[in-house]
Design a protein around this ligand. Structure first.
Ligand code: NAD
Ligand code: LMR
Length: 327
């Protein structure tokens, strides 16, 4: 049996937390032979901490063989102590009529403190995955606080967008979704994101030769994927939770699986024309568990270039908006 890894989760008593924790404790995230200690961090409010106790009771009642301990705290210095993975979910979700960027001033400050504390107390091999919105910019804020942990350790989630895009392409083509491959998300986790359909394949063929309706690809497809979060809020009255927890499970699982190719938001190195100071979604390949290289070989046509320029501009604007939060 491997020794347990420590997985810190913020917002553990929230909606996403409720769907996420059983996925981690059951082995879906780190594999069926990897024991875990969950370090659950909640906001310092009685209601949240009481709810967290209930969540921990339920985890106990699941009798997960891989779950070797539960820490519950509102103190980030305790919660992130020696953590190998820090999953930053805790933040305010948007409500109807809001854009994710509307959360920046409220949520951004959470990530200043968490970035600092993670850098001070987490394990030497710590990896950070940010879900709390606006995820790309919150990730940038957290990473900017770190001196010990390099920026590549900080990733933000665009996997939900990748999963959404995969399903929409499969439905349009009338194929099983496992036939859809290489659909990657570029840029911001916002309506400006660009799912690059020109590089996707369906049953081994270019997606654009299977779905020849380019007006659909350039219009309703991008719109549906980009605005899916708002559609769920409108329908459910609350933001996506089960699918977000599932996407984070996929994000981390792919990051610990050498050879896996998937979309994550990482510090741009200038690839695809992104400003090197923003965190942008792009395709990566896992090299060793927790590490990755950006796949830079995809050639963009003029349509894709204009979409990438727009999402890059939005990321630059978000960066300017929180300039005082960046170290
Ligand atoms: P929620 O309100 O149900 O839960 C959030 C939890 O975070 C609450 O329990 C709250 O007490 C806690 N929290 C707040 N501040 C905290 C802090 N400083 N430290 C620790 N915990 C803290 O919200 P949710 O539905 O679970 O969503 C959480 C976040 O994830 C939101 O910002 C939402 O917009 C975002 N989200 C992102 C994606 C994505 O694809 N990136 C998808 C879905 C949701
Ligand atoms: C999503 O994409 O479902 C989440 O980011 C929640 C939201 O605000 O849309």
């Amino acid at each position: 049996m491997k020794s347990p890894i420590r997985v810190a989760v913020t917002g553990a008593a929230g909606q996403i937390g409720y769907s996420l924790l059983p996925r981690i404790a059951s082995g879906s995230m780190f594999g069926p032979d990897q024991p875990v200690i969950l370090q659950l961090i909640e906001a310092p409010f009685e209601k949240a901490l009481k709810a967290l106790e209930g969540v921990a009771m339920e985890l106990d009642d699941c009798a997960f063989p891989l779950l070797k301990g539960i820490v519950m705290t509102s103190d980030p210095a305790v919660g992130f102590k020696d953590a190998n993975w820090c999953l930053l979910v805790g933040a305010k979700p948007r409500g109807p009529g809001m854009e994710r960027a509307d959360l920046l001033k409220d949520n951004g400050k959470i990530f200043i403190e968490q970035g600092k504390v993670i850098d001070a107390v987490a394990a030497a091999d710590a990896r950070v995955a940010v879900v709390g919105n606006p995820a790309n910019t919150n990730c940038m804020i957290a990473a900017s606080q770190a001196k010990r942990l390099t920026p590549d350790r900080f990733t933000a989630m665009v996997r939900l967008d990748q999963n959404r895009a995969q399903t929409q392409l499969a439905k349009k083509a009338g194929v099983d979704l496992t036939e859809v491959k290489n659909i990657f998300i570029y840029g911001n986790h916002s309506p400006t994101m660009f799912p690059s359909f020109a590089h996707a394949t369906i049953a081994g063929q270019p997606a654009t030769s299977v779905i020849t309706d380019s007006a659909w690809l350039q219009g309703p497809f991008l719109e549906t994927v980009g605005k899916r979060g708002a559609a769920i809020i409108a329908a459910r009255g609350a933001s996506s939770a089960a699918s977000a927890a599932n996407a984070l499970t996929d994000h981390v699982r792919s990051l610990v699986t050498p050879g896996a190719v998937h979309s994550i938001a990482v510090k741009s190195n200038g690839a695809y024309g992104f400003n090197p100071n923003v965190w942008a979604g792009m395709p990566v390949r896992t090299t060793t568990p927790g590490s990755y290289e950006v796949i830079t070989g995809y050639v963009m046509d003029d349509f894709a270039k204009s979409k990438i320029a727009a999402t890059n501009k939005e990321l630059e604007d978000e960066r300017s908006f929180v300039a005082e939060m960046i170290k």
